[in-house]
Design a protein around this ligand. Structure first.
Ligand code: DON
Length: 348
């Protein structure tokens, strides 16, 4: 009787231990799956691939013709590992994401002060192509207190005008060269987008002329607008964009090629402007949910940077009312929060 009871006791103990080991194993496996970047990227792709909200930008006619179902995700870690899902080959125009890299180029060449003094590093609270925003801040130009930023069109066209060079070709070589270094390959301009935007960019021309009148651009505003239009038409796939974001995440060093593109000490300034103004008038909402410096483009791309961890990019052309890709915002939020990418969150 006693022996039987003992043997039941042992069996129950054994079953208990097996149960604990199994539960611990499952928990560990679940935790590993939750932190495995490829699984997290795949899960986000599957979660959002059927989402049909939003609409392609159409104020640049060529953008309306881009396939709205195009959807690709890429994540590049600071040690150069690349994780992708969906369409990683198709190129879209980089659009406003180029503003980050032209700003970075000016900061690299002329220092952090150059951008802060001439253009400013403050959110305008207005839409990306607002002329009212220019009127609102113009009186403080030259006082060292410009209150705009290089990620809205007036500031971006001015930043492009600040890239030095003997002529337009020389300036362009530097602009495309900087983008190439950040992406880790030679990029080219999508000529159909460049033509379409050049034919329809009268508003940007008006902004360029105003910026000259108010002293942000020193000379030749038509050249600045043309080069800005060209930089917005650079073709990129999602892996290019993630590598560019990864370059910022890795302190200015392209984590795939190893090339130092921008000094590490200058990267926090670039990221600060992205955090403040990267998603235009939705920048605060974005930061609230992700903590990530980011930048959107009307071509459907968004890049986001988790400093010291990874760069991430998504391409999906349909945009919300603020001009930001809907699937890109949702995918990046889920992926980054699952991987602990929020730099404002306490360390786990
Ligand atoms: O200046 C423009 O209108 C375009 N080349 C770029 C706008 C853009 O990407 C704004 N993005 N969200």
């Amino acid at each position: 009787m006693i022996n039987k009871a003992l043997s039941y006791g042992r069996r129950a103990w054994f079953a208990g231990v097996v149960g604990i080991v199994l539960v611990a194993g499952w928990t560990l496996a679940a935790q590993q799956a939750a932190s495995d970047p490829q699984t997290v990227v795949n899960n986000a792709f599957n979660q959002f691939k059927a989402l049909k909200e939003g609409k392609n930008a159409d104020y640049i006619p060529a953008l309306a013709k881009v396939n709205p179902d195009l959807f690709g995700i890429a994540l590049v870690t600071v040690d150069g590992k690349v994780y992708t899902a969906g369409d990683v080959k198709t190129e879209v125009s980089i659009q406003s994401i180029s503003k980050v890299f032209t700003m970075a180029q000016v900061i690299q060449e002329q220092g952090l002060d150059a951008i802060e003094k001439r253009i400013g590093v403050d959110a305008t609270g207005a839409r990306f192509n607002s002329i009212i925003a220019v009127e609102g801040v113009r009186t403080v130009v030259g006082t060292g207190a410009a209150e705009m930023n290089p990620l809205v069109n007036p500031g971006a066209i001015s930043a492009t005008s600040m890239v030095t060079g003997a002529n337009a070709d020389a300036v362009w070589k530097k602009i495309i060269g900087f983008h190439n270094d950040a992406a880790g390959r030679n990029l080219t301009v999508l000529q159909d987008v460049y033509k379409s935007e050049s034919d329809s960019n009268q508003r940007n021309q008006a902004i360029g002329a105003l910026m000259l009148a108010y002293g942000y651009i020193k000379s030749n505003w038509p050249q600045a607008v043309d080069l800005y239009t060209r930089q917005c038409s650079i073709g990129v796939n999602v892996k290019d964009l993630a590598t560019m974001a990864g370059t910022l995440a890795a302190g200015g060093r392209n984590p795939v090629t190893g090339k130092q593109v921008i000094d590490a000490a200058k990267v926090p300034g670039v990221l600060a402007v992205m955090a403040t103004a990267g998603l235009y008038d939705d920048s605060g909402k974005w930061l609230y949910h992700t903590g990530l410096p980011a930048k959107s483009g009307v071509g459907g791309g968004i890049i986001a940077v988790s400093p010291g961890k990874f760069g991430i990019a998504v391409i999906s052309p349909p945009l919300d009312d603020a001009g930001n890709s809907i699937r890109a915002q949702r995918s990046i939020t889920v992926i980054s929060n699952t991987l602990g990418g929020n730099p404002l969150a306490p360390k786990r």
